[in-house]
Design a binder for this molecule. Structure first.
Ligand SMILES: NC(=O)c1ccc[n+]([C@@H]2O[C@H](COP(=O)([O-])OP(=O)(O)OC[C@H]3O[C@@H](n4cnc5c(N)ncnc54)[C@H](O)[C@@H]3O)[C@@H](O)[C@H]2O)c1
Length: 294
């Protein structure tokens, strides 16, 4: 890890003599490193990613992004994928399978992961994109709709991460878990009343941070992304807010799923992001910083 080398150019004085004689230089800071190859660090070749909510929207696009990097993908969702698996398989020459899964059922999650291990042989990464939204005034929000939302967004994410971590620990190989939080995990957001949704996403963000600490000894990294307004079926539920979604982010437009892909590719990179765990990446077109013009 460390090596001893002489630093010839420094002129010795009483204060620097010991420094001149020998300097301990961590190997990672020495200039004789191999040629950099950041592109190959993004490769997902021979790696298996389980992605919840992978049948449409952000999850589907992130699945395709991982496939484009050569990764095999297992989609867990309650609905059939909106894009043909055969198209993805032939376009990217990867393995793609779908497992009908309701992430509010722990036994359903566990049996889907068992099938993934049986058919793919392993789990290297997990992306938890399944989720629902609720835009409703606090005063009118009911216990039942809050419970449903927390079951999916928080407990579904939590026990999916647990299922993934259990397989990664059994395999004794490093893994990466990326959860999908939201800008609503950070503050109130313009135009919407999403207190219980924001609570669920703030919990996802915090759980990701604490799991990063707990799972680090197993070589498992856990990070979250916090998207802002992203154009998907979920955001289309709020068609009356289209103008606001394009107006309020400081960069002046709604986000596209493409805007998230490289943030996730980075977090899944076992060598490129080896030192990144417990982090959250907001991808919000600047909205995370607030607004000046109103
Ligand atoms: N679209 C946005 O503006 C936005 C912003 C921030 C965060 N997010 C988050 O990103 C994630 C994806 O959002 P999206 O916009 O793609 O939404 P979407 O509604 O298009 O997709 C959500 C997916 O989750 C699946 N799902 C829902 N409940 C499930 C369950 N019980 N079990 C298994 N799968 C289930 C759905 O079937 C669907 O395929 C969500 O967690 C959402 O909260 C979205």
């Amino acid at each position: 890890m460390f090596s001893r080398r002489v630093t010839p150019k420094l002129k010795a004085t009483a204060g620097t003599r010991s420094l001149v004689r020998s300097t301990i230089v961590p190997r990672c800071f020495q200039t004789t490193v191999a040629k950099l190859d950041l592109i190959s660090q993004l490769s997902q070749r021979n790696r298996v990613t389980v992605i919840t909510g992978g049948s449409r929207g952000i999850g589907l696009f992130l699945g395709e992004a991982i496939a484009s990097l050569g990764g095999d993908i297992a989609i867990l969702d309650i609905i059939e994928p909106q894009k043909s698996r055969d198209v993805l398989k032939s376009r990217y020459n990867v393995k793609v399978e779908y497992y009908k899964t309701d992430i509010t059922s722990q036994s359903n999650i566990e049996s889907s992961f068992d099938q993934v291990v049986a058919e793919f042989g392993r789990v290297d990464n997990c992306v938890t994109a399944a989720g629902i939204a609720l835009d409703k005034p606090f005063i009118d929000t009911t216990w039942e709709e809050s419970k449903k939302l927390l079951d999916i967004n928080l407990l579904g994410t939590y026990f999916t991460a647990q299922a993934a971590a259990r397989r990664m620990i059994d395999q004794k190989v490093p893994g990466s878990i990326v959860t999908v939080a939201s800008i609503a995990a950070h503050s109130a957001i313009p135009g919407q009343r999403v207190s219980i949704y924001g609570a669920s996403k703030a919990a996802v963000k915090l759980v990701s941070k604490t799991l990063a600490v707990e799972l680090a000894p197993h070589g498992i990294r856990v990070n979250s992304i916090s998207p802002g307004f992203i154009s998907t079926d979920m955001s289309k539920q709020f068609a009356h807010l289209t103008d606001l979604f394009n107006r309020v982010p400081p960069v002046g437009r709604i986000g596209q799923r493409e805007d998230l892909a490289l943030a996730v590719a980075y977090l899944l990179s076992s060598s490129g992001a080896a030192y990144t765990t417990g982090a959250d990446i907001p991808v919000t077109g600047g909205l995370i910083g607030g607004r000046i013009e109103v």
